[in-house]
Design a protein around this ligand. Structure first.
Ligand code: COS
Length: 384
């Protein structure tokens, strides 16, 4: 693994940075305030190739690789964490379809996701009683002639209200023989399919520009061709997708933290107290030093996980380490950011408080910190 970026990776990073600075950052406060990402931002992400970064070019993707994707996610998250999570899930859905889909599924869905013809893709795994433990899901899909019929409820679905396609997991196994994680299959369900209803959006603490909703399936019929991957093989698809998704969330956390640090540096140089810029005081300097150290450490963990994935090597443990460290780091860093901004950090006049709210979920979604520790511990302990 080389620490320097290739020309192609630098180009993707610059493209994302320029687009984020020009089209996203100036609108980030409004996106948060009004709870809506303008459609032109999503279309713009598609135009600059950031909605399917690791999807083959033949399917409409940029085929720029996982390292490029992680770099691009950081840049977008630094500008607006809500936009970044929308981008992350669409990329994840495109990759799942490109990897496990039939030729018909890939050629139909991937170009629509890459170009933002569908504004987003959604990943419908979690349920009220099945978040950290998706093997406990209750949504079912039953074979009926040449169709599958889905019934059940999903929760915490990022982009639910504007997704064009949902990757949905449901129980398909005979309960007597295929319990828990073994009896789950995965389906592609298009928005508008009769029987699929999108619930109201959650009133969240942060990431307010990104809609998170429930979904309900009631006698929702999809054709046989909607099965994604193997019958009863869906749990592993979810796990593999989440491994990659965790690299995306580590990048998102790093991007949020980088924004908090950059803004804190500007503030520390500008704000005067006791006849000095507050950055002249060691109390502030040490915070800035810790913030920078932690961000760089998270970046290196994230890049290693991305490099391993890109090079076809096992990366599950490293992705969990990157996600665990980066998300917890991000929460520390944004907290320092608010403290450096003092009273202003507690107001909407500065972005520091938005970063604090946006950071909070990064230790929860795409697998909580506790789940990441399970993955890492099982890996280091080996088979029992
Ligand atoms: N890649 C491929 N396969 C995997 C895998 C991975 N990363 N992790 C597990 N599997 C396989 C296992 O090998 C096992 O296969 P077999 O049935 O052939 O033995 C199967 O999946 C079940 O694995 P396991 O028994 O380890 O599953 P658990 O129910 O114990 O779950 C954790 C393990 C906790 C790691 C998993 O449930 C998890 O990641 N939970 C968090 C889910 C999450 O992130 N939710 C938030 C979604 S945000 S939208």
């Amino acid at each position: 693994m080389h620490l320097s970026l290739t020309e192609a990776q630098t180009l993707v990073q610059k493209t994302a940075r320029d687009f984020a600075a020009r089209a996203i950052a100036p609108k980030a406060a409004d996106i948060d305030k009004h709870g809506k990402i303008p459609v032109e931002i999503i279309k713009g992400l598609g135009e600059v190739g950031l909605l399917a970064v690791n999807v083959p070019a033949g399917l409409g993707g940029s085929e720029a690789g996982v390292v490029s994707y992680a770099l691009a996610m950081q840049e977008v998250a630094k500008a607006c964490a809500s936009t970044a999570v929308t981008m992350a899930v669409t990329n994840m859905v495109g990759e799942v379809i490109a990897k496990f889909g039939t030729d018909a599924q890939k050629t139909y869905a991937c170009p629509k996701l890459a170009s933002a013809e569908w504004l987003a893709g959604a990943f419908a795994l979690s349920e009220t009683g099945a978040g950290s433990d998706p093997g406990a899901m209750r949504t079912t899909a039953k074979k009926d002639g040449d169709a599958f019929v889905l019934d059940g409820e999903k929760m915490w679905i990022t982009s639910g209200p504007y997704a064009g396609v949902f990757v949905v997991w449901a129980r398909t196994g005979d309960p007597a023989t295929h319990k828990g994680t073994r009896g789950i299959s995965c389906f592609l369900v298009e928005a508008g399919t009769p029987g699929l209803r999108v619930g109201k959006s959650e009133d969240k603490m942060g990431l307010r520009g990104s809609s998170t909703s429930s979904l309900s399936f009631e006698n929702c019929r999809v054709p046989e061709s909607a099965l994604l991957g193997e019958w009863n093989g869906g749990f592993k698809i979810a796990m593999m997708a989440l491994d990659g998704g965790r690299i995306g969330i580590s990048s998102q956390a790093i991007g949020i933290a980088r924004a908090a640090l950059e803004e804190s540096i500007v503030y520390a140089k500008d704000r005067k107290a006791f006849d000095h810029a507050i950055g002249d005081f060691q109390a502030v300097q040490w915070k800035l030093a810790d913030m920078k150290r932690d961000i760089d450490a998270a970046h290196l963990l994230s890049m290693r996980a991305a490099w391993l994935k890109e090079n076809g090597k096992p990366f599950s443990r490293e992705a969990s380490m990157a996600k665990l460290f980066a998300s917890e780091m991000c929460n520390r860093v944004v907290n320092h950011g608010v403290q450096i901004h003092g009273g202003y950090g507690y107001t909407r006049e500065f972005a520091a408080e938005r970063h604090l709210r946006d950071a909070r979920v990064t230790t929860i979604y795409e697998g909580t910190s506790e789940v990441q520790r399970i993955v890492i511990a099982r890996n280091v302990l080996g088979p029992s």
